[in-house]
Ligand binder design. Structure first.
Ligand SMILES: Nc1nc2c(c(=O)[nH]1)N[C@H]1C(S)=C(S)[C@@H](COP(=O)(O)OP(=O)(O)OC[C@H]3O[C@@H](n4cnc5c(N)ncnc54)[C@H](O)[C@@H]3O)O[C@H]1N2
Ligand code: MOO
Ligand SMILES: [Mg+2]
Length: 419
């Protein structure tokens, strides 16, 4: 057991972990399963978009030169030679004095260089062999040109982007029935401590139910990983090492909770001295979660979060989420911080930066960070409310209401307006 540990800042610790991680390999998925996945490669347009010159309106394709004398009072009359529905190919090239009745999305006939909408013609409700054009058209007016939005061969989505509804529209447009995505990280999940009982079990003296595993499982899935649940780790070093060594073969990362401090049964803390283990960090200048530990076992990462639920939650956001983003091929955005005004003074002194769970609100159009004062590391009743981590810098004074603070947003804010 190490009582003297080398301290790292949050940034140093995160970098030490990220430096050991690589993006996982890719796999093919059907477009129906692709929502939310991360693109492994740039996506290239397989055709021009639109793929042909088309009409953006319901109306008549005309030759602009035929309309130069058209007015509302004296419409120019043109002979309607054909009707083209969207999806049909026009067969009659347009000659002088002629027009083609054309629908939105339909292919332009050869010879036409403008489209006039029904509403700007005589008797728009009638289908007739002659159309009266009531205004002068410019050549090129109301035509969506082939390739005007996207040229064939251009990059339309980039590797590392998350596939959302708009990306799916692109993939469908360009005929991608399947797509290469980064494999989801498989994350082995375990807890430590014989005080833990299952959700379905009755409480007996000294015991609590295991809440971290269920919480972490959801956080892992939300961050794009696949949680793989393992049994509670034995609290003897040899037994724990044997299990961890076996489990880590099956996953891309192990995340555990508990056993990282200096207690007699804190088994992860003892493991860091094992010759087969490469320690990345086990003491961080932060509250809560200062004993958060990371190590490599068989060359793969183990992230050991504190057992205290509040510290476990914060440790996940600060270390596990970016680690999953790295393995999952995403840009690491979870540490992008913004500034907000502190809503209520936080005056508790702390020698290390404190990552306070909180909510974001707006007041008079400005962002307000509202700390959760239920911030004892062992508490869990308000984890559900957390939208961000509010960084209170180290030092004796804390921060006063109205001062600017750094905020790491980790969940979609509800943007409540403070009154
Ligand atoms: N002498 C010292 N004691 C402690 C120190 C210290 O520096 N010196 N650090 C404290 C800090 S800070 C933290 S954080 C905790 C870290 O504890 P561990 O990671 O070793 O976790 P455990 O000892 O296993 O458990 C702590 C607490 O959390 C509960 N727990 C554990 N697992 C779960 C779970 N899966 N679901 C719900 N709750 C869980 C456990 O019952 C304990 O109450 O150490 C301090 N001590
Ligand atoms: O570092 Mo601990 O999570 O404060 O209790
Ligand atoms: Mg402990």
């Amino acid at each position: 057991m190490r009582f003297s540990r080398q301290m790292k800042t949050v940034e140093e610790a995160l970098q030490a972990l990220l430096d050991k991680l690589t993006t996982l390999d890719e796999e093919q998925v059907q477009i129906k399963e692709a929502y939310g996945r991360i693109l492994a490669h740039d996506i290239v347009a397989t055709c021009d978009m639109p793929p042909f010159d088309r009409s953006p309106l319901d109306g008549f394709a005309v030759r602009a030169a035929d309309t130069v004398h058209a007015t509302v009072e004296q419409p120019v009359r043109l002979r309607v030679v054909e009707t083209v529905a969207a999806g049909k190919v026009p067969i009659i090239p347009l000659e002088a004095g002629c027009a083609t009745r054309i629908m939105t999305g339909a292919m332009m006939p050869a010879g036409a260089d403008a489209v006039i909408m029904f509403e700007q013609t005589e008797n728009p409700g009638e289908i007739s062999e002659v159309v009266g054009v009531k205004r002068v058209m410019r050549a090129g007016e109301n035509i969506s040109r082939r390739g005007e939005e996207i040229a064939m061969g251009s990059v339309v989505a980039k590797a590392g982007e998350r596939i959302n509804a708009g990306t799916l529209a692109i993939l469908a447009t360009f005929g991608y029935t399947q797509v290469s995505v980064i494999r989801k990280p498989r994350v082995g999940l375990l807890s430590t401590g014989i005080e833990l009982v299952g959700i379905e079990e009755p409480l007996t003296p000294g015991k609590i139910r295991n809440s971290n595993t269920t919480m972490l499982s959801a956080l892992i899935a939300e961050a794009g990983g696949i949680p793989v649940q393992y049994p509670v780790l034995p609290d003897d070093l040899a037994g724990a090492k044997e299990k961890l060594t076996a489990y880590i073969q099956e996953v891309d990362m192990l995340v555990s909770s508990g056993g990282v401090s200096v207690g007699d049964y804190d088994v992860i803390a003892s493991l860091v001295d094992d010759p087969d283990v490469e320690l990345l960090f086990n003491r961080i200048a932060m509250r809560p979660g200062s004993p958060t530990t990371s190590l490599l076992l068989s060359g793969k990462p183990v992230l050991a979060l504190s057992g205290n639920p509040g510290a476990c939650f914060v440790g996940f956001e600060l270390f596990a989420r970016p680690a999953l983003q790295r393995q999952g091929g995403q840009p690491i955005v979870s540490h992008r911080s913004i500034k907000a005004k502190l809503g209520i003074s936080y005056e508790k002194p702390c020698p290390y930066p404190r990552y306070l769970r909180g909510r974001l609100a707006t007041k008079d159009g400005l962002l307000l960070a509202q700390p959760d004062f239920n911030d004892k590391a062992g508490n869990l009743g308000t984890l559900k409310n957390s939208e961000c981590l509010i960084v209170i810098p180290a030092g004796g004074k804390g921060k006063q209401a109205g001062e600017l603070v750094e905020v790491i947003v980790h969940a979609a804010p509800s943007w409540r307006e403070e009154v």
